[in-house]
Every structure is written in structure tokens, then in C-alpha cells.
Design a protein around this ligand. Structure first.
Ligand code: FDA
Length: 314
């Protein structure tokens, strides 16, 4: 209940332009700022540095150039160019060749054809340098369009791409079956967006129960599933179901967000599991950061302290 209220409050704050401007002034400037715990920095060089540190601990990465809800064609094109330039830098740096992106960053709010064209440009550059591209899943008005776009590029022949499914959505079993039939790779998450009750479960217990059912389906019928959660109960269930279904630790991976449950990240790696960390970077970090705060209201106290420190030091 508290979590649902927090999520609602932070989803409203995420749209606040004045808060966004204030946060952008203070947020990532200092290395010890609270936002830097969740966001590697503004530049791809910052993300590469974070990736190197994680890889030195035996973890793998997916790098996400933050951005979403782009409303103009030239902004979507700029995002494509930034992704292509970032991949070139990542390849040169020699860190993991794996990126995540959002389709509304590539034009999904404008139209499908633009999005498919833009995504193909990213996928072509990715394929040339042996990158894997994960399409993040956004809120439910975009679920159909995201899955259709995924299926379109898959049908054209792009196989260096995967998608995300959210256990909070009531429709997700059908969606997982659809991706499984294609042989595509799914990252399973609980879902970070505030959704209406008609399309999504509202109680944590229901979201968790669905997560376990969907995970079972992925272990039985999916292709190299990614189990993306920080919830110890879900992780225990994943370990158990993988054992029961005979899926060895090299045939799936766990994923977690940069800066969240670092203790669990290294513990799972020590236990012999693959662990990939989602490393976000870029100047458009505010909505991402708000979603992370909404997931754990205890984080808000840290933020207030950090902003006060920033102001004092400026
Ligand atoms: P839950 O929210 O129940 O949290 C379990 C425990 O994890 C908490 O008790 C706490 O200890 C810790 N925790 C969780 N969030 C925290 C935070 N922000 N700060 C500190 N501790 C925290 N969503 C989406 O809709 N589309 C997507 O494409 C993606 N992509 C994605 C990639 C990866 C790699 C991950 C790990 C997650 C996503 N998500 C996502 C986000 C996901 O939907 C979900 O909102 C968060 O992972 C939080 O849910 P948990 O499964 O961690 O469980």
C-alpha cells in the first residue's frame, strides 16, 4: 500500500519540469551525490568507467543511454546518432557489448514506421560490432507497439535483439508465449510504472505470484531468460525453478540495476550465477531516477540530505 502511494507520487513528480530543471542543476555534479548512486554519470565515458569497475568484480553490463518520450523526429534521430556513437566508444573501450534502449526514445510516440527505421539503424550498427540490444518495456499504452516492433525487426532477420515483459501486467503470459514461439530473449521484470487496475495487478503479492509463474514458463520454454529483480524471494524461487527444470546457470542470467542491492549482485556471482548490471547514463536521467525513488521511499531521505549538501557546497 505504502509502495503504491509512493509510486503514484513519484510518477507525478517525474513529469514536473521545474523539479527536473532543479535536479539537473544539482543532481549528478558531485561524484558523491545521491543520484550518482543510481546513474553512472552524464557521459558515455562515465558509463564505461562504471562498467569497468563492475567487470573487474566479475559482473557483466548493459549500458542504457537515458531518454524517453521524445516528441520530435529530429530528437529521435539525435538519440539514434548518440546510440551509434556510444556503441563505437564502448567497443573501443573493450567493455561489454550490450545496450538497453526505450522505443519512445526512438520515436514511438510519433509513429511506428519512424521507430522501426530508427531501431533498424541502431540494430545495424549493433550487429556490425557484435552488440546485443535490449528493448526496455515502458508503460502499458506502449506494450502492443513495443512487442509489434520487436516482432517486425525479428521477422526482418535481426536476432541481436530482445525485449522486456512485466509481471504486473495481466496480459503478460500471452506475451511471453508469443516471444517464446519466436525464439526471442525475454528480460522478466515486475514493472516500474503506475498502471490502471484493469490492465495490471495492484497488490505486490499478485505481482510476485505472476513473476514466479512467468519465470517458470521462461525456464521451461524460453531462450536464455534474464531474471531482473532485487527481491530475495524471487531470486530464491529462480534458483529453485532453474534446478527443477534442469536449466544450468549458463543458460540464464540475473540482472539488477546499477547501485541497487550491490551485496546481492556480488553474492550471486560468487555462487556461480551470471549477473548483468543495467548501467544508465546521460543527461535525461530525471524520470529514471524518480522511478527508482518510487520503488523505495526510504531513498527520499538520502536525496534530501544530498541536495542540501550540494547547495551548501555551491
Ligand atoms: P521490489 O520492488 O519488490 O523490491 C525488492 C527489494 O529490492 C526491496 O525490498 C529493496 O531491498 C530492493 N530495491 C528495489 N528497488 C530499489 C531501489 N530503487 N532502491 C533501493 N533498493 C531497491 N521495469 C520496467 O517497467 N521496464 C523495464 O524495461 C525495466 N528494466 C529493468 C532492468 C533491470 C536490469 C532491472 C533490475 C529492473 C528493470 N525494471 C524495468 C524495473 C522493475 O520493473 C522494478 O521496478 C524494479 O526492479 C524493482 O522491483 P524488484 O523486482 O527489485 O522488487
Amino acid at each position: 500500500m505504502i509502495q503504491a502511494v509512493a509510486r503514484a507520487a513519484f510518477s507525478v513528480l517525474a513529469d514536473s519540469q521545474s523539479l527536473k530543471r532543479a535536479a539537473s542543476r544539482y543532481g549528478l555534479r558531485r561524484r558523491d551525490s545521491f543520484a550518482r548512486r543510481f546513474i553512472a554519470g552524464e557521459s558515455v565515458a562515465d558509463a564505461i568507467e562504471a562498467a569497468r569497475a563492475l567487470e573487474a568484480q566479475g559482473l557483466t553490463v548493459t549500458l542504457d543511454l537515458l531518454g524517453e518520450s521524445v516528441a520530435a523526429r529530429d530528437a529521435a534521430l539525435r538519440a539514434v546518432e548518440q546510440y551509434i556513437a556510444s556503441m563505437a566508444q564502448i567497443a573501443r573501450a573493450g567493455v561489454g557489448r550490450n545496450i538497453s534502449l526505450k522505443l519512445t526514445q526512438l520515436g514511438l510516440t510519433i509513429d511506428r514506421a519512424t521507430t522501426v527505421d530508427n531501431l533498424r539503424r541502431v540494430l545495424d550498427a549493433a550487429a556490425a560490432d557484435d552488440f546485443f540490444v535490449r528493448i526496455d518495456m515502458e508503460n502499458s499504452p506502449y506494450t502492443d507497439a513495443t512487442l509489434d516492433t520487436f516482432e517486425t525487426v525479428w521477422g526482418i532477420g535481426y536476432k541481436n535483439v530482445g525485449v522486456v515483459i512485466q509481471s504486473a501486467l495481466r496480459r503478460s503470459e500471452q506475451d511471453i508465449r508469443r516471444v517464446n514461439r519466436l525464439g526471442g530473449r525475454v528480460r522478466l521484470v515486475k514493472g516500474a510504472y503506475r498502471e490502471p487496475g484493469e490492465v495490471a495487478y495492484r497488490r505486490k503479492a499478485d505481482v510476485d505470484a505472476a513473476f514466479i509463474d512467468l519465470m517458470t514458463l521462461l525456464f521451461k520454454e524460453g531462450t536464455y531468460p534474464a531474471i531482473a529483480t532485487h527481491d530475495p524471494a524471487m531470486i530464491d524461487a529462480a534458483r529453485r525453478i532453474a534446478r527443477e527444470t534442469g536449466v544450468t546457470p549458463d543458460r540464464f542470467e540475473f540482472q539488477m540495476l546499477y547501485g541497487v542491492r550491490r551485496d546481492l549482485q556480488t553474492a550471486l556471482h560468487r555462487d556461480g550465477y551470471r549477473m548483468r548490471i543495467y548501467v544508465p547514463f546521460g543527461s535525461e536521467w530525471f524520470p529514471y531516477f524518480m522511478r527508482r525513488l518510487g520503488e523505495r521511499p526510504a531513498n527520499v531521505g538520502f536525496v534530501i540530505k544530498s541536495v542540501l549538501q550540494e547547495k551548501r557546497s555551491l
